[in-house]
Design a protein around this ligand. Structure first.
Ligand SMILES: [Fe+2]
Length: 437
């Protein structure tokens, strides 16, 4: 690709990238197509994986009716918990294995879709709980081969999991999140119906919206794929392969949409134009980071959830008891401080990302890039009622070394940043994320 110096060849660097995508259907009312779509795949008996709240909603009854109408048998697993852990994945895997299904339909947010992906892996290729997770939490074992098909229907505008071969699960013994990355868990089909957005609480729209926003900026500013080592065996080419022209294309559009629509979508559940656009943008960001990988804000968010002591979210967010921070919030509290650091590694890309988010800083120089993009994120955080940095989650600057030590275990994501990140850098980033205004 000679179009952009960001992808200039390097000695020993990759000269190729691979794109993985599900068949993709988008539109209001498309949940009524689910039964027919399963049937088109030859699936006649599926596991419907969801959570207890969604199981009782009217749209879920529409999904069930579409399967009955198409003659698709199904059994339901509605036990998925928010922020799922490895024991939840194994529990779901037992359900999937015992039911002798010929496919899995996952209807839910990231917790549901990621649990279904992980369950299918362990149901098909049983192994000790952490075998398929990335090191150092797991053995980093490759998923041995194809799985039965998974069809994903997202109900929030954030995770993008319907378009990725990634599953993020909390490892109970380590109390932090790690990733299973495999093209075998990429959904064969995604059915994205914005009807799910109509009843989402504003905190959920805000948190998931910042998740998608950070997916898109992280992708756009990630290390170029040409700066990752080349692989001889095509099967070994990782999905977390660095920024590339495909991920750029989708990340830019996702940023344009979220920059224009986030405040509106949070403020007004009846603003279908905004909320429908946000769930489209979440998929775009998924198509981007699923073929690139995220970097520091996501890696650092796992340190935040790991060490969280006291934060409780607003009452309109569905969660259990105890300290809890929604994923999107755990990411975005780090993002402005991260981008102030990473901008030096790719200043033009940070400025372009800010422009996509709606900033008109024509006089900005590369030296301003970090401040420009951080300033726009902070503006959006304030406008949508987000916590003011890590301090609002109960952390102080004294927690920065422990947060850094936890986050730096996410080796692949740390390596996907446009700059090398040492422990001292990570500590300084966390110190800079304690408060923004
Ligand atoms: Fe995320």
């Amino acid at each position: 690709m000679g179009c952009c110096h960001y992808f200039a060849p390097t000695d020993g660097g990759s000269a190729a990238f691979t794109v993985e995508m599900p068949r993709y259907t988008f539109g209001r009312g498309t949940m009524r197509e689910i039964g027919a779509r399963l049937r088109m795949r030859g699936l006649t008996r599926v596991a419907l994986v969801t959570d207890a709240y969604l199981a009782g909603t009217a749209p879920m009854e529409t999904v069930r009716a579409s399967m009955r109408a198409a003659g698709v048998e199904f059994a339901e697993y509605a036990e998925v918990r928010i922020e799922p852990n490895d024991s939840g994945v194994l529990d779901c895997a037992r359900f999937v294995a015992e039911g002798r299904f010929d496919g899995v339909l996952a209807v839910g947010g990231g917790s549901v879709i990621d649990t279904a992906k992980g369950a299918l892996v362990y149901a098909t290729h049983p192994a000790p709980a952490t075998d398929y997770f990335a090191p150092p939490a797991g053995a980093g074992r490759a998923v041995p081969g194809p799985l039965r098909p998974i069809v994903a229907c997202p109900t929030t505008a954030g995770t993008g999991s319907e378009a990725t071969g990634l599953s993020v699960i909390r490892i109970g013994s380590l109390d932090t999140k790690f990733v299973i990355a495999s093209r075998h868990i990429l959904p064969v089909e995604a059915v994205v119906d914005p009807t799910w957005m109509d009843t989402l609480p504003r905190t959920v729209v805000a948190s998931s919206g910042f998740d998608l926003l950070s997916h898109a900026i992280e992708t756009y500013t990630a290390r170029a794929y040409t700066r990752w080592p080349a692989v001889e065996d095509p099967a070994a080419r990782p999905m977390i392969q660095g920024a590339n022209p495909w991920s750029d294309l989708h990340a830019r559009e996702a940023l344009r949409i979220v920059g224009a629509m986030l405040e509106r979508g949070v403020a007004d559940a009846a603003d279908h134009e905004a909320r429908d656009a946000l769930i489209w943008a979440a998929s775009l960001a998924g198509m981007a980071f699923g073929n690139c990988g995220t970097h520091l804000p996501h890696a650092f968010s796992y340190g935040v959830t790991h060490l969280l002591r006291e934060f409780r979210i607003p009452a309109d967010y569905p969660a259990g008891d105890g300290p809890f921070v929604p994923h999107g919030i755990s990411v975005i509290v780090n993002s402005p401080s991260v981008f102030r650091f990473t901008a030096r590694g790719a200043p033009e890309r940070h400025l372009e990302a800010a422009a996509c988010l709606g900033v008109t800083a024509r006089d900005a120089t590369p030296d301003d890039a970090g401040e420009v993009v951080a300033g726009r994120i902070v503006e959006l955080m304030r406008a949508t009622g987000m916590p003011n940095g890590l301090g609002a989650l109960g952390f102080t600057a004294a927690d920065a070394p422990a947060l850094a030590d936890s986050a730096l275990r996410q080796r692949r994501a740390i390596g996907n940043a446009p700059r090398d990140t040492a422990r001292d850098d990570a500590i300084a980033i966390f110190e800079g994320a304690v408060s923004y205004w």
